[in-house]
Design a protein around this ligand. Structure first.
Ligand SMILES: [Zn+2]
Ligand SMILES: [Zn+2]
Length: 134
């Protein structure tokens, strides 16, 4: 399984869109570029705004943390959630704990899964797939 925290195909596609957009001459956004007459599409300034809107949503829907802990030892079972990264690492090494780890969405309202439905919907719309693999 790919590292869910690594920049995925969705982020790569958004970066590619931004790169393509940045190459387009538009006098209102890039004053140093003088477009040819009639080559200033009305929608062009919408592109960065739409990118920013998507990125704002994605900033809230990103993989983080772990879920699926099972069979914690007495000591670790006594910790109050959420636990610190140090405790997570300690628990991973603990011979008394049997921990199953998988990522979940950072957004508190999302289900304990990754990709979450929101990310999957954006990925499907952008890439035509759920974004879990290449
Ligand atoms: Zn989410
Ligand atoms: Zn333990």
């Amino acid at each position: 399984m790919a590292d869910p925290a690594a920049p995925g195909p969705v982020a790569a596609e958004l970066a590619a869109i931004r790169e393509r957009w940045s190459k387009v001459a538009y006098v209102g956004l890039r004053p140093e570029v003088v477009p040819e007459p009639g080559h200033q599409p009305e929608w062009l300034p919408d592109v960065p705004r739409l990118l920013a809107a998507v990125e704002a949503v994605l900033a809230m829907h990103k993989p983080t943390g772990i879920v699926g802990e099972v069979q914690l030892c007495d000591r670790h079972a006594s910790y109050v959630y959420p636990v610190s990264p140090a405790v997570v690492a300690d628990r991973r090494e603990c011979p008394g704990c049997h921990v199953v780890e998988r990522p979940r969405c950072w957004h508190g309202s999302c289900p304990d899964e990754w990709p979450c439905p929101d990310y999957a919907a954006i990925s499907a719309a952008l890439l035509g797939k759920d974004g879990t693999d290449e």
